[in-house]
Ligand binder design. Structure first.
Ligand code: BG6
Length: 488
């Protein structure tokens, strides 16, 4: 293996948005921090025609616009010398033959290769097939790894088929299915909060926890992605991946170690403890909604029933979680951007102080924005005989580590893929188990039309049906209360 030799990062879909917004700014920042294994080069590829110079210009513009760090011309000039572009159509075996030769000419010897598929998933099979057929996946001169962007399939059957196709050409340990949520510092910190401390894990179970709420609320609407979004909807777009990842990290058992196999075994185990819903359960335990005005958005079908909001009530059938509901929700065009998980603990068994208001303790994991962790507990209000008031212990990343401490999620994921660490990537069985939970919901929504599609006013916290979902259990969404915690 060419461990100390050249590494080539080949980006398919190099003229697209992801490359200029995320991948190149992240690689540039890794280069500034001197973290990318040396030596390396980055070769963009795709259907568009660019000279190396034009490609560099194009990426320079994107990086200036999207990088969230101080841009320096000198650092860029140094980085830009490693950028190249070679045109290839994904379905053309001939183009891949040519690409193979061109890459070999640039590399001038054995090299490792990371292929990044920043292309629509329907193009994965052809691209991987052509890489395979032209010998570009052979590991004789160095390692070969492939990063696959989401969405990984559109349902269980397509994910199984896609796994079959990519595993036909690659070993599972060469495949890196990306979910950018796992690259977020705050998402990784869920595991650190739980397993780098002793005080949470003993109470992290059905004996102490009343329920869990996970919210991925977005203020933005479709952002020029209507064509894609209208055929996908909120369940496929964020539940099958991001939200189930959050649920998994919150609910999994401690792994034997922090390596890819142990970590992902535990994730699959907890996902498997969730029963896929029957149509009757879907009608009862899910809410789907569309914001008003969605159907008149450009490129959206006027009769579209695509859900832009969903709320689910899930149960995990294992010893730790039996009887603890997990309420999950996400939507576009909501009141504010807020990604958080709230762990609500049980109320004290009795009110022993005469003026005590019974309030449960809350642990709030603020994933974004204003990243941090807050613990709400009851205190005696001063100068009263026995009144209580809720107070918070707060950790804010910006205060503790500085305002620019949190890097872009893609930095970590790109580096991990370059270093061969798949812990923060989705394994084949994990992707399929997640689809097995989402599929019956999609089918009941799409084929039976139940529950009916609700609507909500843009800029709000979603439809009242979602409040009813919790009210039925004697509970309510805690976000407004939680955000007031931050304003204190
Ligand atoms: C993407 C979805 O995966 O995640 C988008 O396709 C969504 O629709 C985005 O807006 C949210 O990511 P983040 O990092 O802004 O929470």
């Amino acid at each position: 293996m060419a461990n100390n030799s050249l590494t080539t990062i080949v980006i398919f879909g190099a003229s697209g948005d992801l490359t200029k917004r995320k991948l190149i700014p992240s690689l540039f920042n890794l280069c500034r921090k001197d973290r990318i294994p040396q030596p390396y080069m980055i070769v963009g590829s795709g259907g568009s025609a660019f000279t190396d110079e034009q490609f560099r210009e194009h990426l320079l513009e994107g990086t200036k616009q999207f990088a969230d760090f101080q841009f320096s011309d000198q650092e860029w000039s140094n980085f830009a010398t490693r950028l190249f572009y070679r045109k290839a159509s994904y379905s053309s075996a001939e183009d891949f033959e040519r690409l193979s030769k061109e890459l070999a000419e640039l590399e001038k010897g054995p090299a490792n290769r990371l292929y990044y598929m920043a292309i629509p998933p329907k193009l994965f099979p052809d691209t991987i097939h052509n890489l395979d057929a032209t010998g570009q996946l052979h590991e004789d001169g160095g390692w070969r790894r492939v990063v696959l962007e989401k969405p990984f399939g559109t349902d269980l059957a397509s994910a199984v088929e896609l796994n079959k196709q990519v595993q036909g050409a690659l070993n599972e340990n060469q495949i890196y299915r990306i979910d950018h949520y796992l690259g977020k510092e705050t998402v990784q910190n869920i595991l650190f909060t739980r397993f780098a401390n002793t005080i949470f894990e003993p109470i992290w179970n059905r004996n102490y926890i009343d329920h869990v709420q996970i919210t991925v609320a977005e203020k933005v609407g479709l952002e020029h992605r209507a064509g894609f979004y209208d055929s996908v909807g909120v369940l496929r777009d964020v539940f099958q991946n991001h939200i189930l990842q959050l649920l998994t990290l919150i609910s999994m058992e401690p792994p034997a170690s922090f390596d890819a196999t142990h970590l992902r075994n535990e994730k699959v185990k907890v996902l498997s403890a969730i029963q896929p819903m029957t149509p009757e359960q879907v009608a009862l335990n899910t809410v789907r909604a569309q914001y008003r005005g969605y159907r008149t958005e450009p490129e959206v079908k006027p009769s579209s029933n695509t859900a832009t909001y969903a709320a689910l009530r899930l149960s995990i059938n294992n010893w730790r979680w039996k009887g603890v509901p997990f309420y999950l929700r996400s939507g576009k065009s909501m009141a504010e951007k807020q990604t958080q998980a709230i762990i609500q603990f049980k109320e004290p068994p009795l009110a022993m102080f005469p003026m005590q208001t019974m309030k449960p303790n809350l642990l709030v994991l603020y994933l974004q924005p204003d990243e941090g962790v807050h613990l709400r507990f009851e205190a005696k209000a001063p100068d009263t005989v026995a009144e209580t008031r809720s107070v918070d212990m707060e950790f804010h990343y910006a205060e503790a580590f500085g305002p620019t401490a949190i890097p872009e999620a893609y930095e970590r994921l790109l580096l991990d893929a370059l270093q061969g660490d798949a812990s923060l990537f989705t394994r084949a069985d994990e992707a399929e188990t997640a689809w097995a939970l989402i599929d019956p919901i999609l089918q009941t929504w799409e084929n039976h039309g139940t529950p009916p599609l609700a609507t909500y006013k843009p800029g709000t916290w979603g439809p009242y049906e979602a409040d009813t979902l919790l009210a039925r259990d004697g509970r309510r969404w805690l976000n407004e209360e939680a955000s007031s915690m931050r304003e204190d």
